[in-house]
Design a protein around this ligand. Sequence first.
Ligand code: ARG
Length: 464
Amino acid sequence: MWGGRFAEGPSAIMREINASIPFDKAMWRQDIAASKAHVAMLGAQGIVAQADAEAIAAGLDRVAAEYEADGVPENWDLEDIHMVTEDRLTQLIGPVAGRLHTARSRNDQVATDFKLWVREALAQADAALGALQVALVTRAGEHAGSIMPGFTHLQTAQPVTLGHHLMAYHEMFARDRSRFVDAHARAAQCPLGSAALAGTGFPLDREATARALGFAGPTRNSLDAVSDRDFALDFLQAAAQCALHLSRLAEEMIIWASQPFGFVRMPDALSTGSSIMPQKKNPDAAELVRGHAGRIVGCLTALMVTMKGLPLAYSKDMQDDKPPVFEAAGLLALSIAAMTGMVAEATFRTDRMRQAAELGYATATDLADWLVRQADIPFREAHHITGAVVKLAESKGVALDQLSLQELQAIDARIDERVYPALSVEASVAARCSHGGTSPAEVAKRVAEARAALGLGETGEQGA
Ligand code: ARG
């Protein structure tokens, strides 16, 4: 009655809800590698006869070759990648295959496989972000002196350089990389040999299996080892934070590519047309990066909620750990690749940026600073005087430096003709030479440092 589409009744429901093979087959390489490390150690320790260990290792190679050629068969009755592989191994080499699972449980097996998979994903995210940083520093070097409006509240605030703006994202991705590197270092202990939850009485060499799989050493507590998924959460947390940064960069590109801004022309390869409006070129790749950030945050939320409240040690809920991690890893890799291409190939319309920087009284702070420096006026008072100047310019519909000296002196007699050079956008950015400031010389320094850290050579065109 309650089986619905499950014609075979409860057994069909159980088979479907229990099967992880549709997604955990993605870990087949890690599963084979962990089994080979385990059986080599069993042979070396005399737990399994050397000849049997060798037969099992050779059989695992054959299974791997089959998977490589034809993919992993999805047999739901066999539940997961561990059982599917062992089953095929048994078909290929006979009952000796049964010795592979000595002193091992699927609980330490899945923890090991998944940790190996996540360690690779962490390393890949770090490397991919390195490529994005290369694109950013390259473009920032070209545009260390290109002036654009800087915004706060998305209102014109002060002139900045495009190079400075791009290097801000370089900083974000540097922090992201450090999170991935950190997570990799924290995931350095191998769970294999923890068995179901309590360890095993067989004389294992856990140091050997850990090292064979590229770990620094074995985990120290078997209960923790089989129930720990912090490494997956670390990955998702770092991925979510990184996705937020990618989304912010994507959003800037979308705004900049809009007609009223016109700061950037997106590469054709990362844009699409409209089926009805022939003039349109839409920043779809950037919009999808912005959208994917939502999904990646969702993946993090999913696993956090899955893990919350699980008692020690393994519970089957934990089988649900893999889909969000696999999904987030795929979305993140694609998002980083899309933003790398966008940064590398975008055409920055520096003429439009320069024009926009002239609007909105972006150098008003420079006037206030000038009053402080040249006329020794306290900043708060200078701010007030500048406000009156901006108000006058606004009412006349002119830029600050288009007001006459009489007009300026009518507001405050201490203003003299030396103020004019300070009101240009070039003077404004050049003046912001504090460490980490937007002056072309500072930006060029930061680009040079970043290039050295990324192992890049020096480049020609830096600075204004
Ligand atoms: N497919 C399982 C998972 O991904 C493997 C571990 C199963 N262990 C168990 N005791 N049922 O979590």
